[in-house]
Design a protein. Structure first.
Length: 474
């Protein structure tokens, strides 16, 4: 019986093994041998950088980290030791898989070129990295402002500090009222009226967009209409941090007191917001939340869900948001006290509300540093005497110690604009000349001044341009 079964198995095996099967078995044996040799001798290709994330467009303040992608796992300690950046950019490293991230701890200086190189780094399983070198650059430092003299009066002007060049962006027939740069500085959103011989242009406010020429292969001064004034009068607007959303305050021509908020998302048709709003408003850094002065407090309204008029949250304690930290983790808010003083508060997304400053004067504006360790503020102090006068000054508030350091005292004036450069190298402000100086022939009444940072009390500012309302491009 055993011999019979053995004979049956041999016949079955012989009958099932065809020539194609023999070829397949042979290939399997060969491939197994190749894999075994690779395992035995290892991968002999050199480790190298496959991709550098900052190799394309000029980088700006929003670019906080670059990534190096390798073709194989690396000995990360040797990579960190062999990495060089010139000029130096302080930062910290982290890694995952085959990618290394280098995160800046300070804003990148604008208007500079940099070189990154890597040499003598080791692969995780042996081999020295193939030498790598690349160059990248930051955006040119530039700001926009409104002209005040002659043919430049009321026109939007771009001042490229890096190239020392000025470009008028808007035509003579438009008188610009307000403006805000887009996130990459390649466009500027602005409201303007048309100059008319009968001076009836006051009700012809329209919303426009203009190119700055700072993006590759673009020309400055190309204007497109974003929103006309056929049915409504445009009162205020704000642009989201990602540049995709515009919130506009509109009032019907027949009833100017019935102002409401509308939003324009990615150049789509304007859509009215269900919330009622006639006061100040600001789009939060997440580009999806609107902070709106409403009644005796601030309402937080969802912009990406317009199905309800109920706010996400309400802060009854505060009357105005002055600015946000770029990452949305904190805000500088203004509180109006019952004793007629004003208080500046630091409000975090963790629910912390900390008073930083209380004054009988005004708290005009405040802007966060990139590291959220300080605020640069435009403040005023109430001067003694019968006449009500406020002395404006610029101060830096340390958010850890709450120490207030006064940097620069300004002439008594109103409507001052304060703007912090994206690389935090300087402040811009429009400064009215004193009466005696302004009376001299040929001197303008308003100059744009630059204050280098870091500054000490009593530091001097220098004139950069003749104009008003300066704003740095991002």
């Amino acid at each position: 019986m055993a011999d019979l079964l053995k004979s049956f198995k041999i016949k079955v095996l012989k009958s099932d093994v065809y020539p194609l099967d023999r070829i397949a078995l042979g290939l399997i044996l060969i491939l197994s041998l190749v894999v075994g040799l690779l395992i035995l001798w290892g991968d002999r290709t050199l480790p190298k950088v496959r991709e550098f994330s900052w190799a394309a467009e000029p980088i700006g303040s929003e670019d906080r980290a670059f990534i190096l992608t390798f073709n194989r796992p690396m000995n990360w300690e040797s990579v960190v030791q062999g990495l060089r950046i010139a000029p130096n950019l302080p930062g910290k490293t982290s890694w995952s898989g085959r990618r290394l991230a280098y995160t800046l701890t300070q804003p990148v200086p604008y208007g500079q070129s940099f070189q990154i190189s890597l040499d003598r780094a080791l692969g995780a399983y042996g081999g020295t990295v193939e030498p790598f070198s690349a160059t990248f650059k930051s955006r040119e430092l530039a700001f926009a402002y409104l002209g005040v003299n002659g043919q430049e009066a009321g026109r939007l002007i771009l001042n490229n500090v890096t190239q020392d060049e000025r470009t008028v962006l808007t035509p003579e027939n438009l008188s610009v009222i307000n403006f805000k740069p887009y996130p990459k500085g390649d466009h500027i959103l602005f409201t303007a009226t048309e100059r008319t011989p009968d001076a009836s242009g006051g009700l012809s406010v329209k919303l426009y967009r203009v190119t700055t020429g700072t993006a590759p292969n673009t020309k400055p001064g190309e204007i497109s209409l974003v929103l006309d004034n056929q049915d409504y009068q445009i009162l205020k607007f704000d642009l989201s941090a990602d540049g995709d959303r515009i919130v506009v305050q509109l009032a019907p021509r027949q009833n100017m007191g019935a102002a409401n908020l509308w939003q324009i998302y990615k150049d789509e048709k304007p859509e009215p917001l269900k919330t009622q709003g006639g006061g100040d408003f600001l789009i939060a850094p997440d580009s999806q939340t609107l902070v709106l002065a409403q009644g005796q407090g601030l309402a937080l309204v969802a912009l990406n869900d317009n199905s309800t008029d109920k706010p996400l949250d309400f802060l009854p304690k505060f009357g105005m948001v002055l600015s946000f930290a770029k990452d949305g983790s904190a805000a500088a808010m203004l509180k109006f006290n019952n004793d007629f003083t004003r208080a500046l508060y630091l409000v975090t997304n963790q629910g912390i509300q900390q008073e930083l400053l209380r004054t009988k004067g005004s708290i005009v504006s405040a802007v966060f540093t990139a590291q959220r360790d300080a605020l640069y503020c435009l403040l005023t102090r109430l001067l003694p005497g019968k006449d009500y006068q406020e002395q404006p000054y610029i101060a830096r508030i340390d958010l850890k110690t709450r120490q207030v350091m006064e940097l620069l005292t300004l002439p008594i004036q109103q409507n001052i604009t304060l703007s912090l450069a994206p690389d935090e190298s300087r402040l811009l402000l429009d400064k009215t000349l004193d009466t005696d100086a302004a009376a001299q022939p040929g001197l303008p009444a308003s100059n744009i001044w630059s204050l280098a940072l870091p500054s000490k009390p009593g530091s001097a500012a220098k004139v950069l341009a003749v104009g008003t309302k300066p704003q740095w491009l991002p």
